[in-house]
Design a protein around this ligand. Structure first.
Ligand code: HEC
Ligand code: HEC
Length: 367
């Protein structure tokens, strides 16, 4: 339909401030509600100033953007966060920005197209870069959920030795304060100079405007029956029915924000134990967060280790009931899909792509 529903950095203003309530779209009871008040800024809350900002929510997505009370969305923060997101000077050798691995190129779907990412000096990580599209709808961030909010998440890569590799957060703040062009922008957005908390708040605010929806699937759900092909309609029925995908990929962002072991990577000598490293609970061994399926055609290769190259490969993996291991999630079962059904499912996943969106670029960075 209209340009307004693309993924974009929206400029519509509204006086309504959203409240912060995070609910898991899990159909089977145990709905977690996160108390974001505990994740508040330890350095003291920065003043709430600036122009309240409400992105236009694309068709199919929840209205509630999970905005923490201590970081209301403002136009000034979104603008500042966008500059920081693209600024390579936030990395040790000034070669890597958030956008290097979460690239807004529509062909890369805010990911990087690599199995595992390259950080500064060609350092390789061990995990696949997830898209940041709709990341605000995730209850917790990272494949293992180790960051409770986008604000906390944003602080991670800056000092991660295989990502941006800054020695500490103090060094990041120093860098930014030495760029005179940033000073007035922090003043306008926060009424104070740069610190690690407001840097993270600005980046998180920008990310909350990176939304993907109005897919063929959303339009079909709204009554436009011609939006899906016959094969995609069959795929939809399989997705919600026989193939059991909605046991985990539920809600408007197709994720229960929960952790499951599918057996991916479990045959490795020293497998990545995922969620277990955070909780140390036996049941979490090899469990990873259910990723969104929106814009899934753009973010290959797949899974936390980028080990599956195509959607066909992913469907075949599920059809065989994942990879057997002692911690395999009981929701993963052999599916007995025939060749045509597998094709229908892949075709359905293609209907989850957002309406085509423009390349988002930051404009000149502050000097
Ligand atoms: C060198 C590549 C690289 C850089 C640079 C990088 N990231 Fe990431 N990002 C990743 C990888 C890999 C993961 C998954 C890591 C994990 O789960 O342990 C990730 C995870 C995330 C997530 C979690 C998404 C989800 O669904 O759980 C968000 C949000 C994110 N990054 C935003 C950022 C921001 C903001 C920056 C800049 C401050 C940034 N990233 C810099 C590679 C990168
Ligand atoms: C038990 C919960 C569960 C079920 C059922 C499930 N998934 Fe997943 N899905 C996940 C998790 C968890 C991951 C990430 C696993 C990992 O990387 O170790 C994932 C990953 C994926 C990916 C790769 C996404 C990416 O960004 O890398 C696709 C595509 C996918 N699932 C599609 C499906 C389809 C289609 C079905 C139904 C046939 C399905 N899933 C059923 C939990 C589930």
């Amino acid at each position: 339909m209209s340009f307004k529903r693309h993924i974009f950095i929206v400029l519509a203003l509204s006086l309504s401030l959203l409240h912060c309530k995070k609910e898991k779209p899990n159909p089977e009871a145990n709905v977690k509600v996160q108390d974001t008040s505990q994740a508040s800024n330890q350095a003291g809350d920065s003043k709430n100033i600036g122009t309240p900002f409400k992105p236009i929510i694309p068709l199919g997505l929840d209205e509630d953007l999970n905005i923490p009370e201590d970081n209301p969305l403002t136009a000034e923060k979104v603008e500042l966060g966008k500059l920081l997101y693209f600024d390579k000077r936030l990395s040790l050798d000034k070669t890597v920005s958030c956008a290097s691995c979460h690239n807004p190129d529509p062909k890369l779907g805010w990911s990087d197209g690599k199995a595992v990412s390259d950080g500064v000096q060609g350092e390789k990580g061990t995990r696949n870069a997830p898209t940041v599209i709709n990341s605000t709808y995730m209850m917790e961030q990272f494949w293992d959920g180790r960051a409770p909010t986008l604000e906390e998440q944003a602080k991670g890569p800056l000092t991660n030795p295989v990502e941006m590799k800054m020695p500490d957060h103090g060094a990041v703040v120093d860098r930014i304060r030495k760029i005179p062009g940033y000073t007035p922008l922090f003043q306008k957005a926060f009424g104070e100079e740069a610190n690690i908390d407001n840097i993270a708040k600005a980046i998180a605010s920008f990310e909350r405007t990176v939304l993907g929806g109005n897919s063929l699937y959303d339009r079909y759900q709204q009554g436009e029956k011609s939006a899906l092909t016959e094969s995609q309609e069959k795929g939809l029925k399989l997705f919600f029915g026989k193939a059991n995908c909605t046991k985990c990929h539920v809600g408007s962002n197709f994720s229960d924000s929960d952790y499951h072991n599918l057996g991916v990577g479990m045959t490795a000598k020293k497998p990545d134990l995922g969620r277990y490293e955070i909780t140390k609970q036996e049941k979490d061994k090899g469990a990873f967060k259910t990723p969104t399926l929106r814009d899934i055609t753009k973010t290959a290769p797949y899974m936390h280790d980028g080990s599956q190259k195509t959607l066909e490969e992913v469907i075949e993996f599920y059809n065989q009931g994942g990879e057997k291991n002692p911690w395999l999630d009981s929701k993963v079962e052999v599916l007995h899909l025939n060749e045509e059904e597998k094709k229908d499912l892949v075709n359905f996943l293609k209907a989850l792509d957002s309406e085509p969106y423009p390349f988002v670029a930051p404009g000149p960075l502050p000097e």
